[in-house]
Design a protein around this ligand. Structure first.
Ligand code: 4AD
Ligand code: MG
Length: 408
């Protein structure tokens, strides 16, 4: 029971099920006295089973109405905390397990499911094989500051930050692979776009160049947007998402180098010293300039991960790109071509003070038939936030995990 309106001898019951809302009309004439009494007593979120006749009614939300002939209470509900008026975010987060029943949250969950399916369908269609990566790992991929340690018998394991290193192993076996799973980052700041537990889809392909990598991203993003527009227009409407903005997402996407980005930022009063990574305000500034997603390319070696291949023409920058979603959303994808030389990779591991011993297996990939390869990771939640037009990433995942927030 989503909502109820009474007019004496008739109860208008708004019912919710897995497909949406429908209005049921329970009248004194059509029901037994017990059933009608029950209909009058119904409270928000009580669950019921009912029988009736479906009648076409153009004025009703779904175009039909239900004339109730019988109803039965399945589970009562007293003092449901989330009423149909406005509530504060802290209160809603505390009741996330119930908040998920709202029309807005169910719309987001449906779009999320469609996005995940679109990602997988696209990769499968491009000849990529799904290969799962481990969650318990011995070493860092994306820097040691955001690792979550876990006691692992007499050792320390870390929750995976990314499946990439394992993808690099499996792509040497299967050529084109992707992993899909959760990733963990002990992000110590509270922002609108950081979770500590997120889901990522990460493709990796042998013989892929930097350029191939960008083309694959364009194809993937266009396909995701198209699938959502085709299958989830009702949900986008419920979320009041401007879908014209999404219709503009067509390949090719504009590209700007890191150097040009610094120039634009300086003109906009957001100066950044060369070599430093962009923060949220810089990304938002750049991403607002375009109607399509934009690639930010050739980041300095100094501000990127140890495995990124330097540009042979300019070794102080990497063959990397971040994809920024438009409308101020910022980074949704990070990717690069990978270092394929054993010597350079060893040097980088040393420079980053990473424990060489733990990367022995990863170095083996460069010892035995190393080939150029590239890949990327797309964050599911940031993609959902952008496509649904959400203000905060917390609504993009059923049970968000954030700095010091684990309940429910
Ligand atoms: O840019 P990132 O850190 O790249 C990697 O992890 C690579 N190893 C991926 C690869 O090349 N296989 O993360 C990839 C994406 C980001 O662009 C972002 O969308 C998402 O993962 N992401 C987060 N989303 C929410 N909260 C966080 N704390 C996130 N950290 C990364
Ligand atoms: Mg990144």
């Amino acid at each position: 029971m989503y909502n109820i309106r009474s007019s004496g001898s008739v109860q208008f019951i708004l019912l919710r099920d897995g497909t949406g809302l429908v209005q049921a009309v329970a009248s004194r004439q059509a029901l037994s006295p017990e059933s009608f009494a029950l209909a009058k007593r119904l409270t928000q979120e009580a669950s019921l089973r009912l029988r009736g006749r479906v009648r076409e009614d153009a004025r009703s939300p779904g175009g039909v109405e239900l004339e109730v002939s019988d109803l039965e209470l399945v589970g009562p509900s007293q003092d449901y905390p989330i009423t149909l008026k406005e509530h504060g975010t802290a209160f809603l987060m505390e009741h996330r397990h119930l908040w998920l029943r709202s029309l807005r949250q169910t719309a987001i969950l449906r779009v999320r499911a469609t996005i995940v399916k679109a990602m997988r369908d696209y990769m499968d269609g491009q000849g990529f094989t799904l290969v799962d990566a481990p969650i318990l790992t011995p070493a860092a991929v994306e820097g040691t500051t955001t690792l979550f340690p876990v006691e692992y018998f007499n050792e320390t394991a870390y929750l995976s930050q990314s499946g990439q290193l394992y993808n690099e192993a499996t792509c040497m076996a299967l050529e084109r692979v992707y992993c899909f799973g959760p990733a963990f980052r002990a992000e110590k700041s509270n922002t609108r776009r950081h979770l500590t537990e997120l889901w990522m889809m990460e493709p990796e392909a042998a013989f892929f160049t930097y350029e191939d990598n960008l083309r694959l991203q364009e194809g993937l993003i266009c396909s995701i947007v198209e699938q959502v527009l085709t299958h989830r227009s009702r949900e986008l409407e419920a979320l009041q998402r401007n879908s014209d903005a999404l219709r503009k997402v067509m390949a090719p996407f504009p590209r700007i180098t890191y150097d040009d980005a610094l120039q634009l930022l300086a003109e906009g009063g957001l100066e950044l010293p060369w070599g430093e990574d962009l923060g949220a305000p810089q990304e938002a500034f750049l991403s607002c300039r375009y109607e399509k997603p934009v690639f930010l390319t050739h980041f300095p070696v100094a501000c990127k991960a140890f495995y990124m291949k330097p540009d042979p023409l300019r070794p102080e920058v990497t063959l990397s790109a971040d994809l920024l979603a438009p409308e101020g959303y910022g980074e949704i994808i990070g990717g690069s071509e990978r270092i394929d030389s054993l010597e350079l990779l060893e040097e980088r591991i040393r420079q980053h003070n990473l424990p060489m011993e733990l990367y022995r297996w990863y170095l083996d990939l460069r010892r035995f038939g190393s080939v150029p390869h590239a890949g990327f990771g797309i964050g599911v939640e940031r993609t959902v936030a952008w496509i649904c037009g959400l203000e905060h990433i917390r609504e993009s995942i059923p049970f968000p995990r954030m700095l010091e927030k684990m309940y429910p």
